[in-house]
Design a protein around this ligand. Structure first.
Ligand code: HEC
Length: 144
């Protein structure tokens, strides 16, 4: 059936309206490094909290306090005695971002050879959840 011209226009228009939604969906899928922060919190309590406190301005433990870790210079939490590879990264002005943390947690000693943080999180979903949790405890962080 041949559509009259008057009908074709609104159909084309409706199509054009859908395009931004389709590309929005593609964008959220392209960022798999931020998962579910509530699940990440559970994982953190299980895997990380014995070494890492997260209270604002609090003390460190076996590992540095991680409150506000995103946006912070690597190896820079006051009062914590970092190992040499972290101090070298601090000298170079490297900053923690969600991208860096997601990669780091896969194998911390690959990024910081000889560092004391050795816990590896191989599961991508769990790593994304942990990264989302770290973002939730970094209220000052603004992506550049
Ligand atoms: C057995 C103790 C321990 C556990 C468990 C642990 N860490 Fe660590 N973490 C450390 C230590 C120690 C460092 C500092 C390493 C150094 O100075 O060599 C560190 C460093 C870090 C840093 C860098 C912080 C900074 O200020 O530069 C991040 C981020 C981090 N850990 C995240 C995690 C996460 C997330 C988990 C859980 C999946 C975890 N850690 C589990 C001990 C631990």
């Amino acid at each position: 059936m041949k559509l009259p011209n008057l009908l074709r226009m609104p159909i084309l228009f409706a199509f054009a309206l859908c395009i931004p939604f389709v590309s929005l969906a593609a964008e959220t899928e392209a960022s798999p490094i931020l998962g579910d922060s509530a699940k990440g919190r559970e994982q953190f309590v299980r895997k990380c909290a014995t070494c890492h406190p997260v209270d604002l301005g609090g003390r460190s433990n076996l590992g540095p306090n991680l409150h506000g870790v995103f946006g912070r210079v690597v190896g820079s939490y006051e009062g914590f005695r970092y190992g040499a590879p972290y101090l070298a990264a601090a000298q170079a002005g490297e900053v923690w971002t969600p991208e860096r943390a997601f990669e780091y947690l896969l194998d911390p000693t690959a990024m910081f050879k000889g560092g004391r943080m050795i816990l590896r999180v191989r599961d991508e979903t769990i790593r994304a959840d942990l990264t989302a949790y770290l973002l939730s405890i970094s209220p000052e962080y603004r992506p550049k």
